[in-house]
Design a protein around this ligand. Structure first.
Ligand code: DGJ
Length: 751
């Protein structure tokens, strides 16, 4: 019998102080939640995850005892910390489910993990880091499971390391990062997730999870992983949660490759959530003596609805995950929709002048600046040539990126450019020199995407990474004023397999590819920590927290129509804070939908994220320019609250003809409310008073409409008047939306 471990952390210490007996258990405490573990029968189980409980004694006393009602009855599923395939004993029979499925070196298919050691290890202040070492009952096959609880934001990060000390390779048929069985939680469950596509990312869907059902969703491919769905999930427990009510579990998988999330409710009401890299196309082969670290999963709990889940994850992102999460993001103009491939240096200088006049801070040159001679990327060849050749096209830009960066500097702007480092065009110098550097299968012809011109480089191959690093490093070095890089990715894996990996390891490709991309990102980020990166993949295809460990923001969607963005940004906001969400004001008619929306509306929607522009400023009338200048001034003032504040979603666009959300700064002295009308109807849906949230009930706030069209009537009868936080939350604000796509932005300042 193993020695019983006495683990002393926060709550457990309290128990000891009271002289209670502590068996082998531990409480991971955050501000408002507790995750409680206990050891039973050699397994680590979760006794509780949810509202805060101060003592281990209470958790141990009330812990759900799966066998108490007998086998095959309600709750007969052990809430193990890492469920494995074949572990009979977890359920009343073979555990067919489980996030880890291993074929051991001798061919055995089941894995029975047993507790070896449990310890808390030193980590950053404000965290408690529990490490569980588990080993298969029979084989020298080790799993180290980490749970790192972050006090201030109620988030627990978890990840897994697997070590194979067996005499031969093992095959990981499933290797989820998170495979948690929950103690019986409730009798009604709803799963919210975000299917999407190009131009329509992050569309919210909520589905009921009945007994015996599984909700299973995942990435579409291994590059644009957030297309198809987003690597995140919310589970409402015991009834459908709203923004402000209900018990909710929320989690994000930090992975930019192929992934899958499964929420499983078994026939006896056991819940198991698995999230991890997707191995459904083939087992990952882990050679003898090797180990693998699986991606992180970060999760949180709220007893007060989905809004709190979002705020917890946003705070975690800003404080723990993003590279410079506390920094304010610049207002930029990206050249894409204003110029596409058709530009000269003069065009770009004009754009710089324009964005400077509007009050912007950064100019970003998008696609079309690289490749030489026959491979020059220009208006003639458009997107069909040049990827992989990361050198300036001198015919188009004689003074190069350096010249452009100086031109920006002269105007008081920072400078950035676009790259697509994971891709190569078949018509490029790189492909000519290294046709074997692209992903594919030995016996099949290579498929090409984006006008049949480009494919994906084999990032499992270190030589490929080295080549691209050297090319990018030369660019970064050449342009000392570089402040920002837009990292794009415009095709999926249309061929599976790596010419670099041998036959036995082909199925490792998808995972190794993503690790290879991270390797390059990490090198660049270490060498150039102050060059921001935007994660783009034909829009929001790289909206995930794996990439956002290295990137500061993502391009939310190629669909820049403000009406569409109300929905897309609403979906993205479930897990991604405003500072990560690039939102650009573009021209009308909109290039994706043809819709003509008022300039004010376009600004009002963009101002709720990381605002920027994607148009040629010369196309703006004098009135529009004046409006833009005033909007930029307003945005600069509200930027700290929008980008760093707490988000409260007030009225969902899915529920009617308008939407509203607000941000409140940490001190609760400043707030910004956005109200966006959709298509109006006289007989319904004029906004009823919009009840605010997140304010200090005891404070008085002056409410001022900002970003107003000159001479237009205000949207609120109490403009520039003062009201108490309690009243603003209880009675709400009356807002008059007078036509289709009318909108208002209100600034609240505590007096
Ligand atoms: C797709 C991106 O989403 C766009 O913003 C733009 O950068 C193009 N690629 C350029 O090819």
């Amino acid at each position: 019998m193993k020695k019983i471990l006495l683990l002393l952390v926060a709550g457990a210490a309290l128990v000891v102080a009271h002289g209670e007996e502590v068996r082998d258990g531990i409480l991971l405490q955050t501000k408002s939640t507790t995750m409680a573990f206990r050891q039973e029968g050699g397994r680590w189980l979760v006794s509780h995850y949810g509202e805060k409980i101060p003592t281990l004694r209470d958790v141990q006393t009330l812990a759900w005892r799966p066998r108490y009602l007998g086998e095959n009855h309600l709750g007969y599923r052990l809430p193990v910390t890492y469920a494995t395939y074949g572990d009979t004993g977890v359920t009343a029979g073979l555990n067919k489910h489980g996030g880890l499925a291993v074929q051991h070196a001798d061919g055995t298919l089941s894995t029975y993990l047993r507790a070896v050691k449990a310890e808390t290890v030193a980590d950053a202040p404000g965290t408690t880091h529990l490490v569980l070492t588990l080993k298969d009952e029979v084989y020298p096959f080790y799993v180290t499971q980490h749970f790192r609880a972050i006090e201030s934001c109620d988030v627990v990060e978890t990840w897994v390391e697997i070590k194979n000390d067996e005499p031969g390779a093992v095959r990981l048929t499933r290797m989820a990062s998170f495979a948690l069985g929950f103690p019986t939680l409730g009798d009604e469950f709803h799963v919210q997730h975000q299917p999407g596509q190009w131009g329509g990312e992050s569309q919210l869907v909520e589905t009921t999870l009945e007994r015996g059902e599984t909700v299973d969703f995942g990435s579409r491919g291994g590059v644009r992983d957030a297309w198809g769905n987003n690597a995140s999930v919310m589970l409402s427990i015991g009834g459908k949660a709203t923004e402000t009510t209900g018990r909710v579990f929320g989690g994000v998988l930090c992975w930019s490759g192929m992934w899958g999330i499964t929420v499983y409710r078994d026939q006896v009401d056991g819940i198991e959530i698995c999230a991890g890299a997707d191995t459904s196309a083939g087992a990952y082969v882990l050679d003898a003596g090797r180990s693998i670290k699986l991606p992180k999963f970060a999760f949180t709990y709220s007893a007060a609805g989905k809004g709190q889940i979002s705020r917890n994850v946003h705070k975690w992102a800003r404080e723990w995950q993003l590279p410079n999460g506390k920094a304010l993001r610049p207002i930029l103009l990206n050249s894409w929709e204003g110029a596409y491939f058709t530009f000269t240096e003069q065009t770009l200088h004009d754009m710089m002048d324009g964005v400077k006049t509007m009050g912007g801070e950064l100019f970003v040159l998008d696609d079309g600046w690289f490749g030489r001679g026959k491979y020059a990327r220009d208006e003639k060849n458009q997107a069909t040539v040049g990827l992989g050749d990361w050198t300036i096209n001198p015919a188009k830009l004689p003074n190069g990126l350096v010249g452009l960066s100086h031109a920006a500097k002269q105007r008081g702007l920072d400078f950035g450019f676009w790259v697509e480092p994971e891709m190569v065009c078949r018509r490029s110098e790189l492909f000519e020199a290294h046709p074997d550097w692209v992903i594919g299968e030995r016996t099949r012809k290579t498929n090409f995407g984006r006008a049949k011109s480009q494919t994906v480089l084999d990032y499992a191959n270190p030589a490929v990474r080295e080549n691209i690093y050297n090319q990018l490093n030369a660019l970064y070095k050449d342009v000392p004023l570089l402040r920002y890089v837009k990292w794009d990715a415009n095709v999926d894996m249309m061929n599976v397999g790596s010419p670099y990996l041998d036959a036995a390891h082909q199925a490792n490709f998808a995972f190794d590819y993503t690790m290879g991309v991270y390797d390059l990102l990490a090198r660049l980020r270490t060498a150039y920590p102050n060059v921001d990166i935007q994660a783009c993949a034909s829009g929001g295809g790289r909206c995930d927290y794996g990439f956002l460990k290295y990137a500061d923001e993502f391009w939310t969607s190629d669909d820049t129509d403000a009406r569409e963005r109300v929905f897309i940004q609403w979906g993205a906001s479930q897990f991604y804070p405003a500072c990560t969400m690039a939102a650009h004001v573009t021209a009308v008619p909109n290039h994706q939908t043809g819709r003509v929306l008022p300039l004010k509306y376009r600004f009002d929607v963009a101002m709720s994220g990381r605002m920027g522009f994607e148009l040629h400023p010369k196309d703006l009338s004098a009135d529009d320019l004046a409006f833009a200048q005033q909007a930029v001034t307003d945005y600069k003032r509200i930027r700290p609250t929008v980008q760093q504040g707490d988000l409260y979603r007030l009225v969902s666009p899915y529920d009617g003809n308008y939407a509203s959300l607000m941000y409140v700064n940490e001190a609760k002295t400043h707030a910004v409310v956005f109200v966006w009308g959709l298509v109006r109807s006289v007989s319904r849906d004029y906004p009823s008073p919009i009840r605010l949230q997140g304010l200090d009930p005891a404070k008085a706030y002056r409410v001022k409409e900002i970003n107003r069209v000159p001479k237009a009537r205000t949207h609120i009868p109490m403009n520039d008047k003062v009201a108490g936080g309690a009243a603003l939350q209880a009675m709400g604000l009356q807002v008059a939306l007078r036509s289709d796509y009318d909108s208002a932005v209100l600034e609240l300042t505590a007096e």
